[in-house]
Design a protein around this ligand. Structure first.
Ligand code: PLP
Length: 405
């Protein structure tokens, strides 16, 4: 079989792989708890459903403009004005199949072979792979002091004449950290002065807790949309819990939007028509929906923190956003892949190994599910690895006795 070198170099998505493993185990009737998944349990907003249903009922479901329908773009422009305090033109917006395609499209359109893209660890699993997919070089900057974001000095050390862009995900998947405004300010100022693009992946920006704000990069630049180096990526997947609708977008200068539109035209023609209508419905509909989702997730965050605080030896900075936390399990096991495998086998709990996000010894746990799953999942983990926890537990309706500690 002849597989290209490039295709061979791309690893699979560990989170999607774990989803599949969990699905197969559940199909066998096993009571798996999935703390790996990155999507809330909510139903899609009613305005999204009605808007999609109207479009479908019309029977008029054809190609749309490659860069998105004028109506959805209008809704995105209003969203940008309301949430970023920036007025942008339709020519500054391209709608894509999920924020994932937004990111890929930006990277594809910016990065030449050998160009470097700086990625801050812990990072979302797809960033390095996407950079490699265009023959670019991902440069990972890891925090040196055990925190979840590198210091500006460390980032500056990683910059070279090949640096094309820096990717920042705020709030951060997988740590749940919100970057301090001063840090974002410094990054924006640096990037603008050096002509380096700052790709801000804002996909979780309204899922923040305790009154924290994930400040937009735009706040720190007076440059207009045509000249700023700040690129905004966003979408409906996380904030509206509409992961399956696959709608995201990029806000950027006109020339780059034109280029990305050409790229997208050759790849996918346009995002699906009905799903664009759904996203339009969500953006134009009642925004209290986002707040109620946020409150549910904040409550889940409180529950998981309470459970983890009573877990002997585990260190976990409190997430200020997203629906993930990244506890340090090194007190039990340094190798996060082995630990995740062990937990799946013994306790039927899915957790994602930290090494996939560039941080070994940690596990990413999602609190986007139910409170019951969170409490039961952590109880099972304690049972599996903490010798001081009770030796007996019920997993489903089976009583299990720990005989390995
Ligand atoms: N960016 C980050 C940080 C994510 O966690 C995800 C999804 O998990 C995405 C982008 C992709 O979002 P979408 O589902 O809209 O493609």
């Amino acid at each position: 079989m002849s597989i290209s070198q490039l295709a061979r170099s791309i690893v699979d998505s560990p989170t999607l792989r774990l989803n599949e493993e969990a699905r197969l185990l559940r199909e066998r009737g096993l009571p798996v708890i999935h703390l790996g998944i990155g999507e809330p349990k909510n139903k899609a907003p009613i305005n999204a459903i009605l808007s999609a249903a109207n479009k479908l009922n019309s029977g008029d479901v054809k190609y749309t403009p490659t860069d998105g329908t004028p109506a959805l773009k209008k809704a995105i422009i209003k969203y940008t004005e309301d949430n970023y305090n920036r007025i942008v033109a339709p020519e500054n917006v391209i709608v894509t199949n999920g924020a994932k395609q937004s990111l890929f499209n930006v990277i594809y359109s910016l990065v030449d072979p050998q160009d470097e893209v700086i990625i801050l660890a812990p990072y979302w699993v797809s960033y390095p792979e996407m950079v490699k997919m265009v023959y670019g070089v991902p440069i990972i900057v890891t925090p040196k002091d055990g925190t979840f974001y590198p210091r500006m000095e460390d980032i500056l050390e990683a910059v070279s004449s090949y640096t094309k862009a820096i990717i920042v995900n705020n709030p951060n998947n997988p740590s749940g950290m919100v970057f301090p405004p001063e840090f974002i300010g410094e990054l924006v100022e640096f990037c603008e002065s050096k002509g380096i693009y700052l790709i801000m992946d804002d996909i979780y920006h309204r899922l923040v807790f305790d009154g924290t704000k994930a400040v937009p990069g735009y706040q720190f630049t007076d440059n207009d949309i045509e000249s700023t180096k700040v690129i905004v990526i966003n979408g409906v997947s996380k904030i509206y819990g509409m992961t399956g609708f696959r709608i995201g977008w990029v806000i950027m200068n006109r020339r780059m939007v034109e280029v990305m539109t050409n790229v997208q035209a050759q790849m996918t023609s346009c995002p699906a028509t009905i799903l664009q209508s759904a996203a339009e419905g969500a953006l134009n509909g009642l925004q209290s929906y986002v707040e109620s989702l946020r409150l549910t997730i904040e409550n889940n965050r409180n529950v998981i923190m309470q459970e983890l605080r009573s877990f002997n030896g585990i260190r976990v900075p409190e997430p200020q956003g997203t629906f993930y936390c990244l506890p340090d399990f090194r007190a039990y096991q340094e190798n996060s892949v082995e630990l995740a495998d062990f937990l799946l086998k013994k306790a039927l709990v899915v957790a994602v190994p930290g090494i996939e996000f560039g941080i070994e010894g940690h596990l990413r746990l999602s609190f986007s599910g139910t409170v019951k799953d969170i409490t039961e999942g952590i109880a099972r983990m304690k049972w599996a690895i903490d010798p001081e926890s009770p030796r007996e537990i019920y997993i489903g309706d089976r009583k299990m006795i720990r005989d390995w500690l």
